[in-house]
Design a protein around this ligand. Structure first.
Ligand SMILES: NC(=O)C1=CN([C@@H]2O[C@H](COP(=O)(O)OP(=O)(O)OC[C@H]3O[C@@H](n4cnc5c(N)ncnc54)[C@H](O)[C@@H]3O)[C@@H](O)[C@H]2O)C=CC1
Ligand SMILES: O=C(O)C(=O)COP(=O)(O)O
Length: 465
């Protein structure tokens, strides 16, 4: 059972904000930064008129350690520091052995698409309670294993969608005009003015595979450029504008001038585009991949480009990407005709990174301070309305195995207390219960904590004051 600042109270001396109980390995009992406290109150507002909402917190927030990797945006660093947390930042992804050492005693880790949080890495994380993916994709995290350890994972589901969609629009025009090749030639001092096989995109058909946040945004932009849009998705979706959902992947491939991929990396999407699919595509058509590198078979694509069957490709993501800027990149696609290669920059804009920083840091703060798991990708989504700002009121957050009989056990533990409100939900093998309890003495808090955390189904028990 992980014991950490985030989940283990010891000897409460009171329940007010300033006198929050010390965590087990706490050396200082300093109160929160006053700024954070005031801001928190403003955010939560008044509660039922005269009574304010209570600012919940996991003990002394200065004890919460956050590790941010891969140059997570400054908006997030500031927001987390404003809460009084200790924040360590790194510009790059860390090598696995370094990560295993660093992650040992942090309560929260923030990553982007490169850091692999595997079972091995997660098992080394003794105190980890929450992960923030400061991106859309969450395939780099072993989500199920994280959930089994009571670790909630949050991402930013759409803050960089527009940036990806705009990049793809640009690439459609660039491929259609062979701009990558012309640009390379000019940089080598070669003047080569050609119009053969260069086209307007007006009236051409764009085939979108995966009509989610990015695919649907792209659909609107492409139609405004005069394109016809077809899409393929595993679920029936409302077509935007005059776009049309087709019945199969093959139908999309056979009828599109441009094919663009916007699916997540899953068992089903790995190697989704190989030789068979490329040769289903029209002669001279174009392929764009800004989803995940494993979705397209690179050797097959290189072959189809060199043979001229595929007229050009724009590839932003690769099965193996260098760990950091300046590291060597190699791919069979280097040197292929009319092929645009970019270093995974689909979501790399100032706007997107700043919005992602705000969005994910807020989700992390809400989970750490309030127990709120709304928006978690691997965890039951649970929230309660604000707790009354009264001494002796607490919030119990209980992550447990999703098996019969648990709620009865918890009800028995809480039977003699005043449970103001309670909500619980489950996802797969785990469940999460939040309960606000009033009029409890410090001794009773200890007793509730001990009895709940000793239940056989316990994964993580936290008490917030
Ligand atoms: N290059 C970059 O920098 C970025 C890449 N991405 C990648 O783009 C992916 C898509 O992003 P969003 O549009 O936000 O995701 P989303 O979850 O909103 O949409 C994905 C769509 O794909 C569909 N889908 C899933 N499996 C499918 C299958 N086998 N066949 C057809 N459709 C399938 C889903 O039903 C859904 O509609 C992300 O998972 C991420 O990997 C996202 C942002 C930036
Ligand atoms: O949002 C995503 O899924 C991306 O692929 C963007 O990744 P990044 O934050 O640029 O490492």
């Amino acid at each position: 059972m992980p014991t950490s600042v985030m989940n283990t109270p010891t000897a409460p001396q009171g329940t007010s904000v300033a006198a929050a109980p010390a965590a087990p390995n706490t050396t200082s009992n300093a109160p929160n930064t006053p700024g954070a406290e005031t801001r928190g109150r403003e955010r939560q507002g008044s509660f039922g008129g005269s009574t304010r909402a209570k600012i919940l917190k996991p003990f002394n927030t200065a004890n919460i350690k956050i590790l941010l990797l891969e140059n997570v945006n400054e908006t997030a660093v500031r927001a987390l520091q404003d809460q009084g947390y200790q924040v360590e930042t790194h510009a790059k992804a860390l090598a696995e052995d370094v990560l295993i050492e660093k992650i040992k005693d942090v309560h929260c880790v923030g990553i982007r698409s490169k850091t692999k949080l595997t079972k091995k890495v997660l098992d080394a994380a003794e105190k980890l309670g929450v992960i923030g993916c400061f991106c859309i994709g969450t395939n780099q995290v072993d989500l199920e294993h994280a959930a089994s350890k009571g670790i909630a994972v949050f991402n930013s589901p759409f803050s960089n969608s527009r940036s990806v969609a705009e990049l793809v629009i640009a690439e459609i025009v660039l491929l259609s005009r062979q701009l990558g090749d012309r640009n390379n030639e000019m940089h080598q001092g070669i003047w080569s003015k050609v119009s053969a096989n260069c086209y307007e995109i007006r009236g051409k058909t764009l085939g979108i595979i995966g009509y989610g946040h990015i695919g649907s945004q792209l659909s609107v932009l492409a139609e405004s450029m005069g394109m016809r849009v077809l899409f393929h998705d595993v679920v029936p979706l409302m077509p935007l504008g005059t776009s049309k959902q087709v019945g199969s992947l093959d139908e999309l491939l056979e009828n599109s001038d441009f094919v663009t991929l916007h699916v997540p990396e899953t068992e089903e999407t790995k190697n989704m585009i190989g030789e068979h699919e490329l040769y289903k595509m029209k002669q001279g058509s174009f392929l764009i991949n800004a989803s995940r590198g494993t979705i397209v078979q690179i050797s097959a694509l290189a072959k189809a480009l060199r043979s001229g069957h595929i007229g050009g490709a724009a590839v932003d993501v690769f099965p193996k990407e260098p760990a950091a800027n300046g590291k060597f990149f190699e791919s069979e696609l280097i040197g292929c005709p009319n092929t645009l290669l970019t270093p995974h920059i689909g979501g790399s804009t100032e706007e997107a990174q700043s919005m992602i920083g705000v969005e994910v840091s807020q989700a992390l703060i809400k989970f750490i301070n309030n127990g709120t798991s709304i928006g978690a990708v691997n965890f039951p989504e649970v929230d309660l309305r604000a707790i009354r700002d009264e001494e002796n009121s607490i919030r119990l957050c209980y992550t447990h195995a999703n098996v019969p009989g648990v709620l009865l056990r918890i009800t028995n533990i809480l039977a003699d207390h005043n449970v103001d409100k309670q909500f619980s939900d489950s996802k797969g093998k785990i469940a999460y219960l939040m309960a606000d309890i009033s009029d409890v003495t410090p001794e009773q808090i200890q007793d509730i904590y001990r009895r709940v955390s000793e239940t056989p189904t316990n994964i993580v028990t936290r008490v917030l004051y």
